[in-house]
Design a protein around this ligand. Structure first.
Ligand SMILES: C[S@@+](CC[C@H](N)C(=O)[O-])C[C@H]1O[C@@H](n2cnc3c(N)ncnc32)[C@H](O)[C@@H]1O
Length: 297
């Protein structure tokens, strides 16, 4: 791995990986457990905003994630906290709550067969008229987008025209994604050769971290996009990664999200979902090439 000093502009690695604000606040009385009615209000709001279906047995998860925000905002019940979110008295609190309620687990080279397929079956047959564009449509903290960029840089080279775009609903994970700066523990699945070529090892105060090389950070951009709403003008893509996000949606939301995404796919574009997801009952506009790999008809 190459070395990077803090002058590489990564800043320090903040929360996300470590403290995410879920611990109890010492000296502050724990709020009353959430009632069924309060939970139902959160469920219906979260679904309306993000499409995420929070199952009935997720009460403990919700309390674990939002408990500290109740303490921080001085609210004594989940009902009061919900009212605070809705009355707009604390701008920013709504995004914080959304950030805490999304599940952002991700890692470099997750489901590596997809990246092998990209390198061996898609990239060699690309149309060279337009720059090749890949979209990581629920990118979380950026590992999926940077993994794709390493594969592109290796297979096509940095001299070719290609771009990677990542988007997510959570503002917090996008901060990490934009910095491209990760704890070294996240490098586990990155092949040694890629680590040497595309990752800068932190030194001094950045010891124990790595930064994606500037040549990749320049090719990868991120934006906050809610897949459960009309999409902004993001152009057309050759390959879309929509992995590990449809699991949170009900069938109707899946249909709407996939149809919005199709509108941004070039003819015969590729779609990757995770191995635990599929498009059964969602759309018939794709040809299933392999489990979890689809191509627009
Ligand atoms: C489990 S992560 C998946 C990350 C990555 N795609 C992967 O497979 O490793 C799911 C991501 O979907 C995002 N998400 C959930 N609902 C969303 C929505 N309506 N629009 C955009 N992103 C959403 C979450 O914020 C979270 O970062």
């Amino acid at each position: 791995m190459k070395s990077a000093s803090d002058r590489d502009g990564a800043g320090s690695v903040r929360s996300g990986m470590a403290g995410n604000g879920r611990a109890a606040v010492p000296g502050v009385a724990a709020p009353a457990p959430i009632t069924a009615a309060e939970f139902a209000r959160f469920q219906s709001w979260l679904h309306r905003i993000s499409g995420i279906s929070l199952a009935d047995h997720k009460k403990t998860l919700l309390m674990g994630r939002l408990g500290k925000r109740l303490a921080a905002t001085g609210m004594h019940s989940y009902g009061d906290y919900f009212d605070l979110l809705m009355n707009g008295a604390r701008p920013g609190e709504l995004q914080l709550a959304i950030d805490l309620l999304t599940t952002n687990e991700t890692y470099f080279f997750r489901e590596p067969a997809h990246f092998d397929f990209l390198a061996t079956q898609i990239l060699p047959h690309r149309r060279e008229i337009d720059p090749l564009r890949i979209w990581s449509a629920a990118s979380s903290s950026g590992e999926e987008a940077y993994t794709a960029s390493m594969v592109l840089a290796d297979t096509l080279g940095l001299g070719q025209r290609w771009q990677v775009f990542g988007s997510d609903l959570s503002a917090r994970v996008l901060d990490t994604a934009r910095r491209g700066h990760y704890p070294m523990t996240r490098a586990e699945k990155i092949p040694q050769d890629y680590l040497k070529r595309f990752c800068l090892k932190g030194t001094g105060p950045q010891e124990g971290t790595f930064l994606m090389d500037r040549s990749l950070r320049e090719r990868v951009s991120f934006a906050q996009i809610n897949l459960n709403a009309n999409l902004p003008d993001i152009g057309m893509f050759d390959v879309v990664f929509l992995r590990n996000v449809m699991i949170y949606f009900n069938i109707e939301t899946k249909r709407q999200v996939v149809s919005r995404i199709i509108a941004h796919m070039r003819p015969r574009a590729w779609l990757f979902v995770s191995h635990s997801e599929n498009l059964n009952g969602v759309t018939d506009q794709f040809e299933a090439i392999k489990p979890s790999i689809y191509r627009l008809k």
